[in-house]
Design a protein around this ligand. Structure first.
Ligand SMILES: [Zn+2]
Length: 173
């Protein structure tokens, strides 16, 4: 049986013990932009915060794309998130190729080029990448200046999160 079919069966059991209060309008307090990497899936445990407080936006890296910016604007302006956390990590799969390499590889593999070169937002250094993503968020006029934008690296070997120092001032300047 496919895992998705198995998940559909399990969902019937989940619905029996579902807390229907969760169906109310969400009121997240922190927007977390993090990687699609499965090792970052258990954010309530990793961060010690209730699921309901977290508005989680996931992309590879993470990359702050136009879509992510839109989601952050909604999270802070519509849903009420008061802080933004960019959570990068060590050992990211997106550091193992460049966009050009993967485009070439997939073109060779499938025999077809993508209609336009695909943006995978690959990167090399998690710190540098986080700083760049922070700047993108901080410089958007619709992200209120009162909303802190903080960058972190999750170490997949230790489970510890380290904050990037000095970036707040740098990006505020
Ligand atoms: Zn990753």
């Amino acid at each position: 049986m496919s895992l998705i079919d198995r998940a559909l069966k399990a969902n019937k059991r989940y619905a029996k013990k579902y807390d229907t209060k969760l169906g109310a309008r969400p009121a997240p307090k922190v927007a977390v932009v993090t990687c699609m990497d499965p090792r970052l899936s258990d954010l309530p445990d990793i961060l010690g915060l209730p699921e309901a407080d977290l508005d989680v936006i996931r992309t590879g890296g993470p990359a702050v794309t136009e879509d992510v910016l839109g989601e952050l604007v909604v999270s802070t302006r519509v849903l009420g998130s008061a802080e933004i956390m960019l959570l990068n990590h060590t050992g990211c799969g997106f550091t193992t190729f460049t966009d050009a390499e993967l485009n070439a590889k997939l073109t060779a593999l499938t025999g077809d080029a993508s209609p336009a070169p695909m943006r995978f937002f690959s990167y090399k250094d998690p710190e540098e990448n986080t700083r760049e993503q922070m700047k993108k968020v901080r410089s958007h006029p619709w992200i209120a200046k009162e909303v802190p934008v903080r960058g972190f690296i999750f170490d997949v070997d230790s489970g510890l999160i380290r904050e990037l120092q000095g970036v707040q001032d740098e990006v505020a300047a």
